[in-house]
Design a protein around this ligand. Sequence first.
Ligand code: GDP
Length: 440
Amino acid sequence: MFDNLSDKLDKAFHILKGHGKITEVNVADTLKEVRRALLDADVNFKIAKDFTARVKDKAIGQDVLTTLQPGQLLVKLVKDELTELMGGDVAGINLQGSPTVILMSGLQGSGKTTFSGKLANYLKTKKNKKPLLVACDIYRPAAINQLHVVGQQIGVDVYSEPDNKNPVVIAENAIAFAKANGMNVVIVDTAGRLAVDQEMMDEIARVHNAIKPQETLFVVDSMTGQDAVNTAKAFNDILNFDGVILTKLDGDTRGGAALSIKSVVNKPIKFVGTGEKMDAIDVFYPDRMAERILGMGDVVSLVERAQEQFNEEEARKLQKKIAKNEFGFDDFLAQIQQVKKMGNMKDLVGMIPGASKAMKDVQIEDDAFKHIEAIIYSMTPAERKKPALIDVKRKNRIAKGSGTKVEQVNQLMKQFDQMSKMMKMMQGPGGKNLMKMMGG
Ligand code: GDP
């Protein structure tokens, strides 16, 4: 995501390299590049212009003559300013009210229904809530079915009244149903049209007035660029919504929407959707997104994911084994499984600074560990425990059994050997080891 913009900004900062200080002249050139990069990324012209003007003021105003690396200072200024542009702090979701009522708005195809499911799943699994999903699309029976399918997938109840043509009544009945059945969050998925039209706006405004939601969220497809900003404005005029959900950020988006929406409607982006699956939802962190745009990678998210999978007791056991030289292929396999739980390799690589750019043209297999696992599974328990047993003859057998080449087995043995040595040196398993493993 945002690869284009990162590339462009990289070039822009390059101009500054080799200059000892920031001057009115060299900063102007760089900022022109920055502005062009933002415009190319579909950022609104006025926003891009204001943006670079602010950065320039700050750069010139500072005591930059003593700064050794003006390029770095500018990167920081641009990053801070980008963070600000996308909302500054993390915007949480308001879960007050019993039940909390959340109204979803947006065009058809924006990902409303999918996101309703993701949010319900998120609140259920991460916030210990008991959500109810409500199908309020009275025009498309398929939409009602879709929500039922989603609900079933995540184990969340879905309320619908297929024969009722009044969405206000359906929503009100659903809230009463939630109260009667101990559900504490009601997520109302509304009807969407392919373009903004008066009838739809009137309808959602009526639902909004009747149920007075704690959170009204506007869902927008980030691939739609400037159109996303216009649609956001139209919905905000009617609903004065509380937050924005940017979906399909896993796609080939230019990123302009994330940068512009906040400034145009002055509402925070709260979550992003990064895939079709129910767990492809992330809280939107403006500072992390800014870092990502600048090619610094989303290291914090990566570390958090590693921590989520990190089990202290297991780590202690592992540490003992390493100390006693008992670390074997079964332990290696367990570590791989941990890494895999963190997400697919493509996503993980995207979070490593510089990696997404460096590996842009490299095909990353969905299951990068497939061969490694196959090789280990073809070893006998004794071999897994004591890799030193594995001689040439055994290597041949293992390669045959796993459908790999002897060279691949050799390579794995070598990696394993290096890793064991490294781990012994570090004497600290867990997150650090996971990171090293991912690096190779
Ligand atoms: P709705 O009409 O607004 O309810 O939109 P849907 O929830 O039906 O989504 C429209 C399409 O976009 C479906 O094919 C979804 O699977 C897909 N979709 C939704 N969110 C995401 C996302 O974050 N990433 C990707 N890649 N696809 C998504």
